[in-house]
Design a protein around this ligand. Structure first.
Ligand SMILES: NC(=O)c1ccc[n+]([C@@H]2O[C@H](COP(=O)([O-])OP(=O)(O)OC[C@H]3O[C@@H](n4cnc5c(N)ncnc54)[C@H](O)[C@@H]3O)[C@@H](O)[C@H]2O)c1
Length: 414
């Protein structure tokens, strides 16, 4: 039998020859991996070791040259793994994967019906969402993947929080001019560092685990009822305050009233004044980070103490913390986190890429015949994809974003 020839619209004619009993896969669905352009972003959405997973599904993977450079991944590694290199990788791509949202210029280069998968903080990117809608792009936001068991392998918020939490503890170790662990030596005993962690979600628990492994005495507080047990399971002491717990939907915290916030700050102050290192990781979805510590409390800390505020990028848990820099408040050095996963781009990219590959697998319908390639045919009724989908076929499917951009027709006086 001669070659099988197919005409794929917009791609010309593709011929596939039969070699022995095997049919080569027809890689016609093109996945583009972009080189990130936002300032400070060092991660990449796909790593060479996972290119093979997408090729095995039947995809044609094309990478913009230099995409992995800042994560120390060379173009040659992508090529060796089976990817192509193309500065115009997004042109004609069916699926574009990135860490940060695409810039508006890149979005305008996409073909109608293309799909994008990236972080997409919709509330801050309303203009981009409007473009994605108007250009008929299907966009999926990694932070909107529902946090259900089936989606755990696609949960990029968790994978990147793991990196941030570890990094926060290591930053504290690096800045603190004393030992974390207890040392009993012939020259005398060195007491361990006292560390307080506020916010014990994914990042906070990882910061606790890391500080514990390094031998510090760790105390932690979180507003959620389940948190005390989680803190203790990491070997830390749970700070118990005489305050109501604040559990919201989906396992997240609820926002505090101003009265409760003031009382919490007051009750936590003695723990903080006594700490060598304070690490804050508290967040409430869709809100700016809660203010947990006033500058006056930091001023009570001893000379040489260190504060690490992971939430500095999103409003700050610590008054006076500045994202991306270290400031001095009283005797303390206060480090404000900015895009913290980018400080460990290798592992952060690997974990993110694994989340992406798992999501792409869910988006893919495999060909019915061996000679048929996969198709990008997302079932948008699937709970995971329904949650993550922001725009599709000219419509904004994420309701809060649609309301923010288009309003509620029921309220239209006309
Ligand atoms: N697939 C899943 O089921 C899944 C996945 C990830 C996380 N989770 C759970 O969701 C929860 C939070 O996850 P996250 O880390 O992404 O949350 P997050 O980043 O939104 O918040 C970080 C932490 O800050 C805490 N916090 C908020 N306000 C606070 C305050 N005023 N004082 C002290 N702490 C405060 C929150 O309770 C949370 O633990 C955890 O229980 C986690 O186990 C579940």
């Amino acid at each position: 039998m001669g070659p099988i020839v197919r005409d794929y619209p917009g791609r010309g004619v593709i011929g596939v020859t039969r070699t022995g009993a095997r049919w080569p896969r027809l890689a016609v669905v093109r996945i583009a991996v972009v080189r990130e352009t936002r300032e400070g972003e060092t991660r990449v959405a796909l790593v060479p070791e996972l290119v093979g997973r997408l090729s095995a599904l039947g995809y044609d993977v094309v990478v913009e040259p230099g995409a992995g450079e800042r994560a120390l991944l060379a173009d040659a590694e992508y090529v060796a793994a089976g990817a192509g290199l193309d500065p115009d990788a997004v042109d004609g791509a069916d699926l574009v994967v990135s860490v940060q949202p695409l810039d508006p210029g890149t979005v305008r280069r996409l073909r109608r019906g293309a799909t994008t998968v990236s972080f997409l903080p919709v509330a801050q990117e309303l203009g981009l969402v409007a473009d994605l809608r108007d250009l008929g792009i299907t966009s999926l936001a990694m932070e909107l993947v529902p946090r259900i068991s089936r989606a755990q392998s696609m949960d990029a918020l968790s994978s990147q929080s793991l990196v941030s939490g570890y990094r926060c503890a290591v930053v504290a170790v690096g800045l603190l001019r004393r030992f974390f662990p207890l040392n009993m030596t012939a020259a005398g005993t060195v007491q361990p560092a006292e560390v307080v962690v506020l916010g014990a979600g994914v990042a906070g628990l990882q910061a606790i685990a890391t500080a514990k492994r390094l031998g510090a005495v760790v105390r932690a507080y979180d507003v959620r009822a389940a948190a005390a047990e989680e803190i203790r399971s990491m070997g830390a002491k749970a700070i118990e305050l005489d305050l109501e717990t604040l559990d919201g939907a989906g396992g997240y915290a609820r926002e505090m009233s101003e009265d409760r916030a003031a009382r919490q700050r007051e009750l936590l102050a003695p723990y903080i004044a006594n700490a060598d290192a304070l690490i804050t990781t508290a967040a409430v979805p869709g809100r700016t980070a809660p203010l947990l510590v006033e500058a006056a409390t930091i001023e009570q800390m001893r000379p040489g103490s260190v504060v690490v505020d992971l939430a500095a990028d999103s409003g700050g848990n610590v008054e006076g913390a500045v994202a991306g820099t270290i400031v001095r408040i009283g005797h303390a050095q206060v480090w404000g986190g900015r895009n913290v996963p980018s400080q460990m781009p290798g592992p952060a990219s690997r974990l993110y890429a694994q989340n992406i590959v798992n999501l792409v697998t869910l988006l893919t319908r495999s060909g019915a015949d061996a000679d048929e390639g996969p198709s990008l045919d997302p079932d948008l009724d699937d709970e995971i994809l329904a949650g993550a989908c922001v725009t599709h076929d000219g419509v904004i499917r994420h309701e809060p974003t649609r309301l923010a951009l288009e309003g509620d027709p029921a309220e239209d006086p006309a």
